[in-house]
Design a protein around this ligand. Structure first.
Ligand code: RBF
Ligand code: MG
Length: 334
């Protein structure tokens, strides 16, 4: 597996797993940064949390791939998981745009053979910016670092791109700071994309991401009502915890099951017509086949169609769903 997982924020060679909190360099620990990356081959690192791997992140990652080609070095995406905030504040719930494995998969698709996933500990996050830089400078194979202009590091985010630049100025490490990508009157950021998704604007989120927003999940059993009362059997998606879910409403979606695409329509909400207590995500696949409801399932959110509403009776809801399907087919061009 190409990902090198690090339990304490050090840069470890594959297989040299470390105990969290034990990398005190004063003790001459063996797991020092210089012997932590896969090989002695020169490396160019792209640093970031990269939640979403949106168009701004893609610019940073492409710059890293390009620099690595120029330097005949290995490009390495260095990222963090879980979110540093949830380490410092366990009660914080942050709604992420990608799971860890989805993020790694996107790096791979872009051309990164190697990813380092740092699982940040409180110690790692509490270290000074200076100490973070020192540990980087001990990687003898390091020949370049690429980050976005808003990258920060060290305790209280005291280190920034400028400090990174000045620190490495005379050390033979090329630092490239990539400008933030802008669209529709603002900078593209994970926070902005999360807001779009929560507000139901999945179309704009997809534009900022450079691909439709996608959620993978397990199928859970829903209410039999879908089949028996309405005549629209639905697959119920249960996303993993801490995942950004589009706001309540009806959406044109594409379901992916065992590598196949299925145009579909998805309702998010509490089904006010029936007064459910729990929020559900229910997908009706147009070309329904019993068998496909038992497989892992990914959903791409293309465009919102309408708000979820309370209908006076089941027949009125059923007629509206027929309209939703027509509209979704137009949007999905099927
Ligand atoms: N339930 C509602 O109470 N109000 C809605 O506006 C609504 N819209 C839906 C749109 C679609 C395309 C689908 C598939 C379901 C919708 N539902 C809505 C959910 C419906 O009540 C639910 O699928 C059945 O009750 C079975 O759980
Ligand atoms: Mg169902």
């Amino acid at each position: 597996h190409p990902a090198h997982r690090s339990a304490d924020g050090g840069f470890h060679r594959e297989g040299s797993r470390a105990e969290a909190g034990s990398d005190d360099d004063a003790g001459g620990d063996r797991r020092q940064a210089e012997d932590q990356l896969p090989e002695k081959r020169p490396v160019v690192l792209a640093f970031g949390f990269f939640d979403g791997v949106h168009r701004g992140h893609q610019a940073v990652l492409q710059a890293c791939l390009q620099l690595a080609r120029e330097k005949k070095a290995m490009p390495v995406a260095v990222t963090f998981y879980p979110h540093p905030l949830t380490v410092l504040l366990p009660s914080a719930s942050i709604q992420l745009l990608l799971s860890e494995s989805e993020k790694e998969e996107l790096f791979k698709q872009m051309g990164f053979e190697t990813t380092v996933v740092i699982s940040p500990t409180e110690e790692f996050l509490g270290q000074s910016a200076g100490r973070f830089l020192q540990s980087l400078s001990r990687i003898t194979s390091l020949c370049g670092i690429v980050t976005g202009e808003n990258f920060t590091f060290g305790k209280n985010a005291e280190g920034n791109a400028e400090l990174l630049n000045s620190y490495f100025l005379d050390k033979g490490v090329f630092i490239q700071i990539v400008k933030l990508e802008k669209a529709e009157g603002g900078v593209i950021s994970s926070t902005r994309i999360r807001k779009c998704i929560l507000q139901g604007d999945v179309k704009k989120a997809g534009y900022f991401l450079g691909r439709p927003y996608r959620i993978c999940g397990d199928i859970i059993h829903g209410f039999r009502r879908g089949t028996e009362v309405l005549g629209f059997p639905t697959a119920n998606l249960k996303p993993e915890r801490e995942r950004a879910v589009p706001g309540d409403g009806v959406y044109a979606t594409r379901a992916f099951i065992r590598g196949r695409q299925y145009p579909s329509v998805t309702n998010v909400g509490t089904n006010p017509t029936f007064g459910n207590k729990e929020r559900s995500i229910e997908t009706f696949i147009f070309s329904f086949d019993e068998k496909i409801y038992d497989a892992p399932f990914a959903l791409e959110w293309i465009e919102k169609i309408r708000e979820e509403k309370q209908f006076p009776d089941i027949e009125a809801l059923r007629r509206q769903i027929e309209e939703d399907i027509k509209r979704a087919k137009q949007i999905l061009e099927v």
